[in-house]
Ligand binder design. Structure first.
Ligand SMILES: Cc1cc2nc3c(=O)[nH]c(=O)nc-3n(C[C@H](O)[C@H](O)[C@H](O)COP(=O)(O)O)c2cc1C
Length: 188
């Protein structure tokens, strides 16, 4: 017999992506998102759903662009930090020491240390409620050669990307539980 859980984001684990954008003053900012994914092949669209209170939200609307940077499991601490504090109160780029590169195709920076990056131009913004869904058109994807398979495409066992359970705030790598942001979730 099933138990009713009520309403919640219980259905699947979601990716952990770091979204980079430029601030008004031209400095780079980065935030972590997990309400995110691929939408269509043609046009090649991805979405990131972002709360209006974030600095990234303002930046994307002003610049019409963002990049998606995919962290590896070894970079989980970095991604967690980028999702824990706003660039409005702390310069996360300077504090973390990551190296910023300018995109070739869009008005947004990316982070050199992340092995897989997508340069996106803003295609459409949809006001959902708590979040704005930004649809980004992928203009180019860049990858470090070390994560490519023989067919020239990214191999996720080499990239070692991890995922996030938004209902219990747990990070997962494959079937392995990595860390718990909400200790109560593991109490039995
Ligand atoms: C794993 C993780 C996933 C997150 N996913 C989202 C998300 O999908 N949308 C969102 O608005 N905030 C999300 N956040 C929170 C933002 O990253 C956080 O509010 C961040 O401080 C905003 O940064 P900014 O103000 O510099 O743009 C997430 C945080 C973490 C740690």
């Amino acid at each position: 017999m099933k138990v009713s859980l009520g309403v919640g984001p219980y259905l699947n684990v979601v990716p952990v992506w770091c979204v980079c954008s430029y601030n008004d003053d031209g400095r780079a900012n980065v935030m972590t998102v997990s309400f995110a994914g691929i939408v269509s092949y043609n046009p090649p669209l991805v979405y990131v759903s972002i709360r209006p209170a974030t600095l990234t939200h303002k930046n994307i609307i002003k610049r019409g662009a963002f990049t998606i940077n995919v962290p590896s499991v070894e970079q989980m601490g970095l991604a967690d930090y980028f999702g824990s504090i706003s660039g409005a109160s702390e310069d996360k780029i300077e504090k973390s020491g990551v190296k910023i590169c300018g995109s070739d195709n869009v008005d947004a920076p990316y982070i050199d240390q992340f092995a897989l990056v997508a340069e996106c131009e803003l295609h459409k913004s949809i006001e959902i409620g708590s979040h704005t869904m930004f649809l980004g058109k992928i203009i180019d994807v860049k990858a470090d050669e070390k994560i490519l398979a023989n067919n020239g495409k990214p191999l996720f066992t080499k990239l070692r990307a991890f995922s996030y359970d938004p209902s219990s705030k747990l990070y997962h790598y494959g079937s392995e539980l990595l860390s718990c942001l909400d200790e109560e979730a593991l109490e039995t």
